[in-house]
Design a binder for this molecule. Structure first.
Ligand SMILES: [Zn+2]
Length: 307
């Protein structure tokens, strides 16, 4: 009898869902639209329906679903299993873990998307074998997850890891949070694309284009990219001062730039290091499946206490 866990990573636009074996092997995968515009109650219902159908898929394939793990963005209380707040999905104090437990009649766990992504990279991806891992997801926003000895650090209020809102350029660009000069407002994929669009007049250019054009020697793209990398290095140095990790894993959409990101970030961090011990800086290995695998790991961890 092969056991699997049901894993869902709920994003602002899409949900990545899977059946995952205890060794981390993905047995089955599905993707669904989140359709957040229908409101949090409808999204919650949809999550539970999909989880239920995944359980049925597992059983039909001769597998035994033993637990459910759900990852969501925003502020997440992992202890009580409540999706406290989310800007892009609209959750306000939704007890998702208990709802999943009741609907599926099996243990369930709820986690924060980036923090469980960190867990997956630390245990199964680029941070394998390392004790202190900081995963930094750079996409539309910037968020981080700290993993120590295989456990994620959620913080007292389920809000740890908001590295994107560390101010690195006082008086700089306006951030979504209302302040100026946050790391996210200077170095996220979204802000890099926007900055370049403003300066070049090309509204279609993405952060990835900026990286490519910078590598090809375009002066303006080079300047925008360099500014973003330097702000990112300042943010990472702050994180290193606080956490002293062994490895920083860079993920999210911007990591698609590969060495065009990793090499200059390494150089910019090395330039800034004084007495701190330098972390190794590497690219994430799990891509956009990290959140889903992390949700699975959380589900498996939730079984430890029950057995
Ligand atoms: Zn901010």
């Amino acid at each position: 009898m092969t056991e699997v866990v049901i894993a869902l990573d709920v994003g602002g636009t899409g949900m990545k869902c899977a059946l995952v074996r205890p060794d981390g092997t993905v047995q089955h995968e599905e993707r669904h639209p989140t359709r957040a515009e229908r409101g949090p109650a409808a999204v919650t219902e949809n999550i539970l329906d999909i989880a239920e159908s995944l359980a049925a898929t597992a059983r039909a394939g001769g597998l035994t679903p033993v637990a459910t793990g759900i990852a969501v963005p925003g502020v997440v209380d992992e202890v009580t299993g409540v999706a406290v707040w989310s800007a892009n999905v609209g959750f306000r104090d939704v007890p998702l873990r208990d709802l999943a437990r009741q609907r599926l009649d099996m243990p369930a766990a709820l986690g924060h998307d980036v923090r469980v992504g960190a867990l997956a990279e630390a245990r199964l991806g680029a941070g394998r074998g390392r004790r202190h891992v900081l995963f930094v997801a750079i996409g539309t926003g910037i968020a981080a997850g700290l993993v120590v000895d295989g456990s994620g650090y959620p913080g007292a209020h389920g809000a740890a890891g908001e590295l994107g809102h560390v101010v690195v350029r006082p008086g700089g660009s306006v951030c979504g949070c209302g302040r100026r000069g946050c790391l996210e407002a200077e170095s996220s994929a979204k802000s890099i694309g926007r900055r370049y669009a403003e300066l070049s007049g090309d509204p279609e250019a993405t952060a990835f284009d900026v990286a490519t054009r910078a590598a090809a020697g375009e002066e303006l793209a080079g300047r925008v990219w360099r500014d973003a990398i330097e702000a990112l290095a300042d943010g990472l140095l702050t994180a290193q001062a606080l956490y002293d990790v062994g490895v920083v894993v860079l993920g999210g959409g911007l990591a698609e730039a590969g060495d065009d990101l990793i090499q200059p970030v390494r150089a910019a961090v090395a330039e800034r290091i004084t007495f701190h011990r330098s972390p190794e800086i590497v690219r994430a290995e799990l891509g956009d499946t990290a959140g889903c695998l992390g949700a699975a790991l959380l589900a498996l961890d939730s079984l430890q206490g029950d057995r």
